[in-house]
Design a protein around this ligand. Structure first.
Ligand SMILES: Cc1ncc(C[n+]2csc(CCOP(=O)(O)OP(=O)(O)O)c2C)c(N)n1
Ligand SMILES: CC(=O)[C@@H](O)[C@H](O)COP(=O)(O)O
Ligand SMILES: [Mg+2]
Length: 639
C-alpha cells in the first residue's frame, strides 16, 4: 500500500516525517499524471501546487479552517488529500468527481469555483461571518498570479486591506496564466521575484530605519521621506503592505518545511496577510514543465512521452474563427483582436504572431476587454473580442452599457457556446442567448458550420454596430470551405428543407441534427421543414410565423437553457402575433448541466435525432406535454 492510500483526511498528514512527505508528493504526482493522461484535465497547475497543498493541509486544520481556491482548477491534490482518492479515476467524467471544488462534493470544498478571481472576496465573506458570529478559525484564499489579473481580486483586496480582519491570501506565483502572464502587476511580481535587493528581509530594513536618529523638525521630515524612499527600495511587497496587508515572501513554494513555517507565522499575525509563494507550473513532469500552456488543460496523452493524442477531426470552430480573422485582418488593417488571457483557447495565437501590434491580451479581465474594445471602436478601429460564452457572463454590463447602448461597432466572438463537456456547469455556455438576445442594438448570430462562421464574421465587420457571434467548442462539420466570403442577408433565416407536417427550428450546429431527424421522419411518412434561424436578434419573425401557420407544429432545438433561450424567443413571436393554434416543443436544458461528453449531455435533453423524433412523435401523435406548449404560455400570460 502506498502512502497516499493511508491518507483519508488531512489530519493523517501530520504524523508524516519529511522523508515520507517527499515520497507522498511523488505518489501524488504519479497519481495525477496517471489519471489525467486518460481523462484529461488541468495537470500543470496541479503539479505545481503539490507541496503548497500539503503544507496548507498540515498548517491549517480543515474543515474547521477554510481554504478557498481561486479558479479551482488546481484542487486535484486537495481532493486526493480529502478522502477522494478512490473516486479520483472518475475525475471530470459523467457522474464523476468534478475538476473544480464543489460544495456538494465534499465538506472540504468550502467554495465552488471555475471562474477566476473570486477567492479573496469569498474568503473575506467567510472571515466577516466568522467575526460577526464570534467564531474562531483561519480563512485562507489561494490565488494564482493569473487570477490576480482579474478585477474582482482588487475589489476584494481594497476591501480587506482597510479592515483588521484576520485573513491569509496565498499568492501562487508561477509566472503563468494559461499563457505567460501579462500586465503591470505581473511585472511587479517579477521584480519581487528576481531583484536581489528584495532578498533583504523586511525586519532587517525596519531595524535599520529605526536607527536613523531623530533630529530637528525639518531634518526629521526629510529623514522620514528618505525612510520612505529606502523602504520602497528595500522592503519586499511594499505595495501590498500599503494596501493594508502584511507581506511575507517571496518564498520557495516547493520547500514544504519553509512553507509550513511561513504559514505558522501568518497565523500569528493580526490583520490581513499576503504570502507570496513561487512555484513552477508542471513541476515534476518534464513535458508539463516545458509546455505549461499545453498541459494547463490537456486532453488524454501518452504519459511516457508526453505526446498529446489528437484524433483526426475537422478543424474546430475556434480554429476556423482564428484563421478567418487573420485572412480578414490581412485585408483590413483596422481589425484588432482582444483576448482575456486565452489567446490559445480562443484561436488567436496565429493572429498574435502575425499582427503583434494589433493583438491585445488584457489578462483575466473580461470587463476591461469589452469596454476597452468599445474605446478602440470609437477611436476608429475594428475590434473583435473573443471570450468564452461562460466568461461573457462577467462582462454583461460592459456589453450592454458600453457597447450596445452606444452602438459601438465591436464584434463579440462568443466561443464555447453550448455545453463544453468535462469542465461542467461552471463552464457550459448555455446562458448567452438569454442574456444577449434582449439587448437593443445588438445583432446576434449563431453559426451552423464552418462556412457560416466565416461568412458571419465577414458580415459582422460590415455592420456598423455591435455584433455577437456564437459558436461551439467542438470540431466543425467538416464542410469544404467556400473560398469567397460573402454577406449573410441581414436578419434572415434560411429554409434548409421544406415540409408541411411540422417545422424544426434551430441555430448553430444542431441544425444538422434537425436535418438528420427530418430525413428519418420522411422514412416514417412525415415531412418536416427545417429552419436555420441564423439570427437570434433580430429574429426572422415572418419566417417563423409563416412555417408556424403552415405546419401548426414546431420543435425548437437549442444547445442552451430553455428559459429565455431561442425557443422562448419563438414563443414570444407567436404570442405577440396572436398565432395560438400551434403546438410547440422546446428542446434544451432546464437546469445547470453536469459535466460529461458533449454528445451525452445533449442527448440527455433530447438534443439528438432520437430526441427530436420523440418530440415529433409527441406532437404528431397529438399527445400533450407538460412543457413548452404555446397554449400553456398563452394561459400563463392571461392570468
Ligand atoms: C473569469 C475567467 N476567465 C478566464 C478563465 C480561464 N482560466 C482558467 S485558469 C486561467 C489561468 C489562471 O492562472 P493562475 O491563476 O495563475 O493559475 P495557474 O494555472 O497558473 O496555476 C484562466 C485564464 C476563468 N477560469 N475565469
Ligand atoms: C480552468 C479554465 O477555466 C480553463 O482552463 C478552461 O478549462 C479551458 O477550457 P478549454 O479546454 O475549453 O479551453
Ligand atoms: Mg499562474
Amino acid at each position: 500500500m502506498g502512502l497516499l492510500e493511508s491518507i483519508h483526511e488531512p489530519s493523517d498528514l501530520r504524523s508524516l516525517d519529511s522523508v515520507q512527505l517527499a515520497e507522498l508528493a511523488e505518489e501524488i504526482r504519479r497519481q495525477m499524471i496517471s489519471v489525467v493522461s486518460v481523462n484529461g484535465g488541468h495537470l500543470a497547475p496541479n503539479l505545481g501546487v503539490v507541496e503548497l497543498t500539503l503544507a496548507l493541509h498540515r498548517a491549517f486544520v480543515t474543515p474547521k479552517d477554510k481554504i478557498v481556491w481561486d479558479v479551482g482548477h488546481q484542487t486535484y491534490v486537495h481532493k486526493l488529500l480529502t478522502g477522494r482518492l478512490a473516486a479520483f479515476k472518475t475525475l471530470r467524467q459523467f457522474n464523476g468527481l468534478s475538476g473544480f471544488p464543489k460544495r456538494s462534493e465534499s465538506e472540504y470544498d468550502f467554495f465552488g469555483t471555475g471562474h477566476s478571481s473570486t477567492s479573496i472576496s469569498a474568503a473575506v465573506g467567510f472571515a466577516q461571518a466568522r467575526d460577526l458570529l464570534h467564531e474562531k478559525y483561519h480563512v485562507v484564499a489561494v490565488i494564482g498570479d493569473g487570477a490576480m489579473t482579474g478585477g474582482m481580486a482588487y475589489e476584494a483586496l481594497n476591501y480587506a486591506g482597510q479592515t483588521e480582519m484576520n485573513l491569509i491570501v496565498v499568492l501562487n506565483d508561477n509566472e503563468m496564466s494559461i499563457a505567460p502572464n501579462v500586465g503591470a502587476i505581473s511585472s511587479y511580481l517579477n521584480r519581487l521575484r528576481t531583484d536581489p535587493r528584495y532578498d533583504k528581509r523586511k525586519a532587517d530594513v525596519e531595524y535599520l530605519l529605526k536607527r536613523i536618529p531623530r533630529i530637528g523638525n525639518k531634518v526629521a521630515k526629510a529623514a522620514e521621506k528618505a525612510k520612505d524612499g529606502l523602504k520602497y527600495l528595500l522592503v519586499p511587497g511594499l505595495w501590498f503592505e500599503e494596501l493594508g496587508f502584511t507581506y511575507l515572501g517571496p518564498i520557495d513554494g516547493h520547500n514544504l518545511g519553509l512553507l509550513e513555517q511561513v504559514f505558522e507565522q501568518a497565523k500569528q499575525k493580526k490583520g490581513p496577510v499576503l504570502v507570496h509563494v513561487l512555484t513552477r507550473k508542471g513541476k515534476g513532469y518534464l513535458p508539463a514543465e516545458q509546455n505549461p500552456d499545453v498541459f494547463h488543460g490537456v486532453g488524454p496523452f501518452d504519459r511516457e512521452t508526453g505526446e498529446v493524442f489528437k484524433g483526426i477531426t475537422p478543424p474546430t470552430y475556434t480554429q476556423v474563427f482564428g484563421e478567418t480573422l487573420c485572412a480578414l485582418a490581412r485585408e483590413d488593417e483596422k481589425i484588432v483582436a482582444i483576448t482575456a488571457a486565452m489567446p490559445g483557447g480562443t484561436g488567436l495565437n496565429q493572429f498574435a504572431r502575425e499582427f503583434p501590434q494589433r493583438f491585445f491580451d488584457v489578462g483575466i479581465a473580461e470587463q476591461h476587454a469589452v469596454t476597452f474594445a468599445a474605446g478602440l471602436a470609437f477611436g476608429g478601429l475594428k475590434p473583435v473580442v473573443a471570450i468564452y460564452s461562460t466568461f461573457y457572463q462577467r462582462a454583461y454590463d460592459q456589453v450592454l452599457h458600453d457597447v450596445c447602448l452606444q452602438k459601438a461597432p465591436v464584434v463579440l466572438a462568443i466561443d464555447r457556446a453550448g455545453v463544453v463537456g468535462d469542465d461542467g456547469p461552471t463552464h457550459h455556455g448555455v446562458f448567452d442567448i438569454s442574456f444577449l438576445r434582449v439587448i437593443p442594438n445588438l445583432t446576434f448570430m449563431a453559426a451552423k458550420d464552418e462556412n457560416e462562421l466565416r461568412h458571419m464574421l465577414f458580415t459582422a465587420f460590415r455592420l456598423d454596430g455591435p455584433v455577437a457571434l456564437r459558436y461551439p467548442r467542438s470540431a466543425g462539420q467538416g464542410v469544404a470551405l467556400e473560398p469567397e466570403l460573402r454577406e449573410i442577408p441581414y436578419g434572415k433565416g434560411e429554409v434548409l428543407r421544406e415540409g408541411k407536417d411540422l417545422t424544426l427550428i434551430s441555430a448553430g450546429p444542431l441544425v444538422y441534427t434537425c436535418l438528420a431527424a427530418a430525413q428519418e421522419l420522411r422514412q416514417r411518412g412525415w415531412e418536416a421543414a427545417v429552419i436555420n434561424l441564423r439570427f437570434l436578434r433580430p429574429l426572422d419573425e415572418e419566417l417563423i410565423i409563416h412555417y408556424a401557420r403552415q405546419t401548426k407544429r414546431l420543435i425548437t432545438v437549442e444547445d442552451h437553457i430553455l428559459d429565455g433561450g431561442m425557443g422562448s424567443a419563438v414563443l414570444e413571436v407567436l404570442a405577440d402575433r396572436g398565432v395560438t393554434d400551434v403546438r410547440v416543443e422546446r428542446l434544451g436544458y432546464e437546469d445547470f448541466v453536469d459535466q460529461g461528453p458533449i454528445a451525452v449531455l445533449q442527448q440527455s435533453r433530447g438534443l439528438s435525432v432520437k430526441g427530436i423524433l420523440a418530440a415529433a412523435d409527441r406532437l404528431l401523435g397529438q399527445a400533450r406535454t407538460p412543457r413548452g406548449s404555446l397554449h400553456d404560455l398563452v394561459r400563463l400570460k392571461a392570468r
